[in-house]
Design a protein. Structure first.
Length: 96
């Protein structure tokens, strides 16, 4: 596997992982805004991510969920661009 393929794989798999963390975190924070409490058991986390909907009780957590999602999206894009620039730099310096 050459350096270009490795950097492309690293950039997009890492960016996708950060994006999935953003989506899951957004859903948990939105569920906290609906229920008014954090998940207590491990089984509650799946319920919070997938099933909880309804009227918002805590609008602040709704805002936090939006900011979390946008922040993870920005971090994902910065990570992808950073890895691609690192791969380009490695290719120019002959370190690959």
């Amino acid at each position: 596997m050459d350096a270009r393929t490795l950097m492309t794989f690293l950039a997009f798999s890492g960016g996708t992982a950060i994006g999935l963390i953003g989506i899951a975190g957004m859903r948990v924070l939105a569920a906290v805004a609906v229920t008014g409490q954090w998940p207590r058991k491990r089984s509650d986390w799946v319920e919070y991510v997938v099933f909880v909907t309804g009227p918002v009780r805590r609008p602040r957590f709704q805002l936090y969920s939006i900011l979390w999602f946008l922040g993870c999206g920005a971090a994902s894009m910065v990570f992808i661009v950073g890895v691609m620039l690192l791969g380009r730099w490695l290719g120019q310096t002959g370190l690959d």
